[in-house]
Write a protein that binds this ligand. Structure first.
Ligand code: SF4
Length: 250
């Protein structure tokens, strides 16, 4: 027993206490900030691999950005990536970052369905569907439940069956082969149900956006409740996005 206590004391506490404000170490790229300085904007448009940059006005669409950092490397005076991991929003338009703006991305409670907080604040079960995903977003979602991030303590977790779920969370660009299984999964979730797009590929198709192998009719057919950008999204982006969406204070 003493041995076990010693080990626990030696390990200390491994979980992140404050998932709202903890700093991410290393080279993490979060919300970009664009200055109003002049630069060769056309060159930036051309180098972006996912057509996330557009001009007149100059802006970056975080739903398309794969956070490669090439634009910031090319024009560090124009574009900088901050370490702000609070990126989830419930309006597609809110993912557009414009030059001269430096404001936090938030879940707009006015636009959220009123039943969301009432039904899901204490318990939110998610069925994840990898619709042609490359396993990167899936790995990070997995990590969100590990001993460090411990998303389960906030009352949300992944479930194996859509019949036990409140939401479908989609990763990947939605390939033709996954279009029907995704519909089937969604139809099996009891109402009220939520759709979450997680990662650049799910939100816009990412680098695959022009591929003929995609069938994104699901996105056109159903209203989307939450967008979690990132390529892949960081566990803190995922956790904070869900907390904001269900209206839970950690
Ligand atoms: S970081 Fe985003 S906006 Fe910049 S070049 Fe890469 S994909 Fe394009």
């Amino acid at each position: 027993m003493l041995k076990e206590i010693k080990i626990r004391l030696h390990q200390g506490s491994q979980f992140i206490k404050d998932v709202r404000n903890v700093e991410v170490p290393g080279i993490f790229k979060g919300r970009p900030v664009i200055s109003t300085k002049n630069c060769d904007e056309v060159a930036l448009v051309e180098l972006c691999p996912t057509a996330a940059i557009s001009v007149n006005p100059f802006q970056i669409d975080l739903g398309k950005c794969n956070f490669c950092g090439a634009c910031a490397f090319h024009s560090p005076d124009k574009i900088q990536f901050t370490k702000d991991y609070h990126l989830a929003v419930n309006e597609r338009e809110a993912l557009i970052i414009r030059a001269g703006e430096n404001k936090a991305l938030i879940v707009n409670k006015e636009k959220r369905r009123p039943e969301i907080e009432r039904f899901f604040k204490q318990s939110f079960k998610i069925r994840q569907v990898s619709a042609g995903g490359d396993n990167s977003a899936e790995l990070e979602l997995n990590a969100s439940g590990n001993v460090q991030f411990d998303s389960g303590r906030f009352g949300f977790e992944f479930v194996a069956s859509p019949r036990h779920a409140d939401a479908v969370l989609i990763t990947g660009p939605i390939t033709e082969n996954m279009a029907q299984p995704l519909e089937t999964c969604f139809s099996d979730i009891p109402s009220p149900k939520v759709i979450i797009l997680c990662g650049t590929d799910a939100i816009s198709g990412g680098v695959f956006q022009n591929s003929k192998a995609l069938d994104r009719s699901f996105i056109e057919k159903h209203p989307i409740d939450l967008y979690i950008p990132g390529n892949p999204p960081h566990p803190l982006t995922f956790i904070n996005g869900i907390l904001d969406f269900i209206g839970k204070k950690p």
